[in-house]
Ligand binder design. Structure first.
Ligand code: GAR
Length: 213
């Protein structure tokens, strides 16, 4: 098996980026992070890339898609990881790299696509919350789900606490999905997710509780 080339796209803090880089040994010899791209010259994630000696391309255009297209052409990745990348990818990029783009989102999709997830969970007094990791299609925060992580909200939490717990779950599950991709355990075919060559007809859900996050 050839070593898969993976690039990471981010826009802000980069805590998931950092966590992925800390866990890169999990797929040594199978998948390598070769470069990163951000649309935000002020993103804290840039320093994380430097810390891990990962080359990073910083786009400062209003429309970073041109830079992104060139970046992707130059690196020809087998996997594009959206790790808090807050720009919507244009259809021509999604079409060209279909089945090779994975996104993480801090809600139980299809609930709460887009922004301000934590506020919505709190305002609606939701009884459960979680995260979704999915292949990217043209639909915003849509696309076939690979894995969801879920926990019960037995007491009211403030936004910071909810965000903290959600991130802990993201840190636990995102590297696992990347490892699955590295080992060719997951794939997208005809807009359907296959795990070990079996179609997933309803999302795999990892149930956990607040105490263990
Ligand atoms: C993460 O919680 C990720 O799920 C979310 O942005 C955050 C980035 O945090 N992504 C989206 O909302 C995508 N629609 P980080 O920069 O600390 O990893």
């Amino acid at each position: 098996m050839l070593i898969k080339k993976c690039v990471i796209l981010f826009s802000g803090t980069g805590s998931n980026l950092e966590n992925l880089l800390k866990n890169k040994h999990l797929h040594d010899g199978q998948l390598k992070y070769i470069s990163a791209f951000t649309n935000n010259p002020k993103a804290k994630g840039i320093d994380i890339c430097k810390l891990f000696s990962l080359e990073v391309t910083i786009s400062s255009c209003k429309d970073p898609n041109l830079d992104l297209q060139i970046f992707l052409k130059n690196h020809n990745p087998d996997l594009i990881v959206l790790s808090g990348y807050m720009k919507i990818l244009p259809d021509y990029i999604i079409k060209e790299y279909k089945g090779k783009i994975i996104n993480i989102h801090p809600s139980l999709l299809p609930k709460y696509p887009g922004l301000n997830t934590y506020e919505k969970v709190i305002d609606n007094k939701d009884k459960e919350h979680g995260i979704t990791i999915h292949f990217v299609t043209e639909e915003l925060d849509g696309g076939p789900i690979i894995l969801q992580g879920q926990f019960e909200l037995c007491k009211e939490l403030n936004k910071d606490r909810l965000k903290f717990l959600t991130h802990q779950l993201e840190y636990e599950l995102f590297p696992k999905v990347i490892l699955w991709f590295a080992n060719e355990l997951i794939k997208l075919e005809s807009d359907k997710v296959f795990f070990k060559n079996k179609e997933i007809t309803s999302p795999m859900i990892y149930l956990t509780n607040i105490e263990s996050l």
